[in-house]
Design a protein around this ligand. Structure first.
Ligand code: SAM
Length: 334
């Protein structure tokens, strides 16, 4: 693995430091914190109370906030997430509206894939560009265990449907876990080699109620790469995306891989993301304790004041000293 860029990133992020005023081009928009799965690292076992649904903004309201944001802070790409974005009724109408905005170059979605076999074609027709699909295991029992009830076949059918509908290029997201990576990573690389999908391996962050478990299950990307003696054939061009993208020679096949290393080699200094949850709360970073209440600001301040406040909020974006949050990822919008 080339260390140069990664070492620079680590230097930037060892302590809380304010970053150079970041560009914000990608909005991660969480449309719900509800989910039909309960992945242990992401969602409390008991789920999120359904009553919290009543505090969510309507999709029309979320669309107006996005329109305002794209005109003010240069957002040109939107990724819908959650919770599970596909459990929110009407999400395809939101996609239709957002993808028709002249400033927006792409609307994409992160999903567990379980509803894609029903929805992929409607989503494509609504203007969705592509999907990232979470896939932590290819073993039915293990998949059920980590998702606390999920059905592997349904997700695999969803992946096929997304491909057939043209929601491509499909990327698979796998969260690395210490107790399973030796079995799972080779199987997932075989699957990626057969299917031609890009696969991204993500280091486990300590979030929500399972932080002790997350800590014990953490394994770094370096350990996995060395442990499997992975051969990087090509380093792809580095972009502002968090993943370091490579081409691997895996058992004679070339596999596109992405390595997302928030814990071992943070990528904060090149992060261009802004997050908004389904209540209209903005966050500069997943681990940011301070949010910006956009609906409140727009209701109580002049347009100029909101712009100034928002600019100074974004300018205060910092690199957290640890990837640790008491909020579950499903609440923040991972
Ligand atoms: N429900 C959708 C899904 O399953 O992809 C979207 C939401 S989920 C929060 C988005 C991504 O966050 C998934 O790829 C998931 O693997 C990742 N994620 C959630 N909790 C995480 C954690 N503690 N550490 C690392 N990645 C996490």
């Amino acid at each position: 693995m080339s260390e140069t860029l990664l070492q620079v990133e680590s230097r930037h992020t060892q302590v809380d430091c304010v970053l150079p005023v970041p560009r914000t081009t990608l909005l991660r928009l969480s449309v719900t914190d509800l989910c039909n799965l309960r992945c242990r690292y992401c969602m409390p076992l008991e789920g999120v109370p359904k009553r919290s649904d009543c505090c969510l903004l309507s999709l029309e309201c979320l669309a107006s906030l996005v329109i305002w944001l794209s005109s003010q802070v240069g957002i040109n790409r939107i990724r819908l997430t959650g919770g599970e974005p596909l459990v929110r009724p009407g999400v395809e109408h939101l996609i239709e509206e957002l993808s028709s905005l002249p400033a927006i170059q792409e609307v994409s979605l992160t999903t567990n894939g379980s509803l894609l076999s029903k929805m992929a074609w409607d989503l494509k027709a609504a203007g969705l560009g592509r999907v990232n699909i979470s896939l932590d295991s290819l073993d039915k029992e293990r998949f059920k265990e980590i998702t606390r009830g999920g059905n592997l076949d349904r997700t695999l059918e969803g992946i096929k449907a997304a491909q057939a509908a043209g929601l491509t290029p499909i990327k698979l997201n796998t969260v690395l876990q210490r107790s399973t990576w030796r079995q799972e990573v080779p199987r997932l690389l075989d699957y990626a080699a057969e299917s031609g999908f890009e696969i991204r391996f993500i280091e486990l962050m300590r979030t929500g109620t399972e932080r002790a478990w997350c800590e014990s299950e953490f394994v770094s990307v370096d350990e996995v790469c060395c442990g499997l003696d992975l051969e990087v054939v090509l380093e792809k061009e580095q972009t502002h995306a968090p993943a370091r993208r490579t081409l691997l020679n895996w058992r004679g096949a070339l596999v596109s891989t992405g390595w997302i290393t928030p814990r071992s080699h943070p990528f904060c200094s090149r992060c261009e993301r802004l997050r908004m949850d389904a209540r209209g709360q903005l966050r500069r970073c997943l681990m940011d304790p301070k949010t910006f209440d956009l609906p409140l600001a727009l209701a109580t301040m002049s347009g100029l004041e909101v712009r100034q406040e928002l600019k100074s909020y974004i300018a205060g974006k910092f690199a957290p000293h640890a990837m640790d949050s008491s909020f579950a990822m499903s609440q923040i919008g991972g």
